[in-house]
Design a binder for this molecule. Structure first.
Ligand code: VG1
Ligand code: CO
Length: 579
């Protein structure tokens, strides 16, 4: 093939957000739009991570992925990349990409130095929906801000990009290596099975035999909803072929370019079929499964459900951390530390304190966990946004979380599989609350609000922080029973490993009784602004941990909405989604 220099002009707004660049497909389809971003990324990387390097290109298979893979392969070839690794049909989950960067070795001993991950995660897909792209580094984690800032600044000055226009499209529906020769030597496109590397890694972490026994117990029943995302490329192989679950336990596990028209977001609003099946929906199900789970479009998020029972993601990470050492062989020698994102509830803090574990609170987004893990300071971490993971890779991992819960259930029931009644998901959570107390928790999202209005609302919340006595006066007028705010700030994080500082990471109001209100603007939306309000209340008294979450939180929710004047600023009388 030959290399062509294409002239181009910068596009505005190619700033990578919390997790890469996410825009409507039609935005990506503009001439040179994707190419600009890809070249800006190549130009932001050290030369040895481009020339002669091996890079992964794949994603959740959403609409436009197949075109994007071909464009990126042609540009990689032209930029002197030695080899591109592609999952069959361009499918690789975000955690699988991370695993492949860290574990896979080519026939001649090469490892990948990075990856273009093609996903907009839980956002809908299809010709009129979202596409996204992000770059991950050699440790398997998202590019740090120093790199994404450089990519963004390159997008503002770009004048040309390199592409091998005459490189033929490679058939990515079949596995195998296709080799080419360019001006700088050989270039390969290596298409391989999406699941093999990932399953191999999971087998080194979990005790598959004990999970198999649990799944085989007639008293246990299991259900997994792939929401037509990339998890479907793993689910049958993992749960049915490896672990012996029945095929009927899989819902929506055929990956689709438009996620079957759905919103591939594993929560109580969007994972409707699973929610109904688990007995948490409007229709009654006489006999729901004991365990249910779902993953998002790129399979890095997870939702865990018991029979008629919802596990909050903040509780989930705390429970995994509390039980990991006994239940999961990978952690048998102890946890190096645990971490959560700032808006995630403090359930994990209580576990860390009780078990005397190192603990970190980081800004939203997975990239901040990676530094801690690389430095050997953190083993298990999680976010309230249905993200849970560990240092086996540098991304959150939906299927790992399901296996972690199955491991805990298998451990708790190991002498009980023949008994009358299994220890259930609900039993485990109630026991956890009895030991550690309960963090009532909810998040209100206001999606696609006017960006200016959102900015003003946030600015007002910051301004109010200068007088807590005024704030407390207002709160008493709204809800006299709610505790006083004792401190308020904008969250700022200094990375303990590299010393980098991230400012303006969310507005916090901290109450005397341990309750918290947090306000943030989303960094993953593709249009307008999304305001997130996180509401949390700690209850230590075990006679009061069994309330309906919405009842327990209702005074604090009222304070959050009125204090922020959300209706006045945005015109919205209700959130788009409550999780
Ligand atoms: C959201 C979540 C955050 C998560 C991020 C990426 O970000 O709040 O916790 O890490 O999505 O997840 P934001 O900035 O919109 O609040 V994923 O599965 O979309 O890659
Ligand atoms: Co995701």
């Amino acid at each position: 093939f030959s290399v062509t220099k294409k002239e181009t002009k910068p596009y505005e707004g190619q700033k990578p957000g919390t997790s890469g660049l996410r825009k409507k497909v039609t935005v990506f389809q503009q001439p040179h739009y994707l190419a600009n971003f890809v070249q800006a990324t190549f130009n932001a990387l050290p030369a040895d991570q481009v020339k002669g390097a091996t890079i992964v290109v794949s994603g959740d298979g959403r609409y436009f992925s197949k075109d994007a893979v071909q464009i990126i392969a042609k540009m990689a070839a032209a930029n002197g990349v030695r080899r591109v690794w592609v999952g069959q049909d361009s499918l690789l989950s975000t955690p699988a990409v991370s695993a492949i960067i860290r574990e896979r070795i080519s026939a001649d001993g090469a490892k990948a130095t990075g990856a273009f991950i093609l996903t907009a995660s839980h956002n809908p897909g299809g010709p009129t929906e979202d596409f996204g792209i992000k770059y991950n580094m050699g440790n398997g984690g998202p590019a740090p801000e120093s790199v994404t800032d450089k990519i963004f600044s390159n997008t503002k000055t770009i004048t040309e990009y390199l592409i091998a226009e005459d490189l033929p499209n490679v058939d990515i529906s079949v596995t195998g290596v296709t080799s080419f020769t360019g001006p700088e030597g050989p270039f390969d496109v290596d298409v391989f099975d999406s699941a093999t590397d990932y399953i191999k890694l999971m087998k080194t972490i979990f005790d598959f035999e004990s999970i198999k026994k649990l799944l085989a117990s007639p008293k246990f029943s299991f259900c997994f909803d792939g929401l037509h995302g990339v998890a479907g490329a793993y689910a049958k192989r993992m749960f049915v072929d490896e672990l012996g679950a029945s095929e009927s336990s899989l819902l929506n596990c055929v990956p689709k370019e438009d996620f079957g028209g759905g919103h591939p977001d594993p929560n109580l609003t969007y994972a409707k079929e699973l929610v109904e099946r688990m007995g948490l929906g409007k229709t009654s199900n006489a006999d729901p499964p004991e365990f249910g789970a779902a993953a998002d479009g790129d399979a890095d998020r997870n939702m865990v459900l018991g029979k008629r029972f919802f596990v909050t993601p903040s509780d989930s990470v705390a429970i995994i951390a509390a039980n990991a050492v006994q239940s999961i062989p990978y952690f048998a020698s102890g946890l190096k530390g645990v971490a959560r994102s700032m808006p995630t509830s403090a359930a994990l803090d209580v576990v860390a304190k009780n078990l005397n574990l190192k603990f970190f609170e980081v800004p939203t987004g997975w990239k901040f966990f990676g530094n801690l893990m690389d430095a050997g300071m953190c083993s298990v971490c999680g976010e309230e946004s249905f993200g849970t993971g560990s240092d086996h890779i540098r991304e959150k991992d939906g299927i790992w979380a399901v296996l972690a819960w199955l491991s805990i259930l298998a451990y708790k029931n190991k002498d009980n599989l023949g008994g009358d009644k299994l220890v259930t998901v609900e039993d485990i959570v109630l026991q956890h609350w009895a030991t550690y107390g309960r963090h009532y928790y909810t998040r209100y999202d206001y999606e696609n609000v006017d960006a200016e209005a959102a900015k003003e609302l946030m600015a007002n919340l910051v301004k109010m922080q200068s007088s807590l006595s005024d704030v407390n006066k207002s709160i008493k007028e709204i809800q006299p029973t709610v505790a006083d705010v004792v401190s308020a700030d904008e969250f700022e994080y200094k990375d303990p490993v590299d010393g980098s500082v991230s400012k303006h990471q969310g507005i916090r109001y901290l109450f005397g009784d341990g309750s918290r209100l947090v306000f943030r603007l989303s960094g993953t939306g593709s249009v307008g602004a999304t305001i997130r309000i996180y509401i949390e209340q700690y209850e230590k008294d075990s006679s009061k941990t069994g309330r309906e979450s919405s009842d327990a939180l209702s005074p604090l929710v009222d304070v959050a909405l009125k204090l922020s004047k959300i209706q006045e600023y945005t015109g919205r009388s209700a959130p788009t989604v409550i999780t």
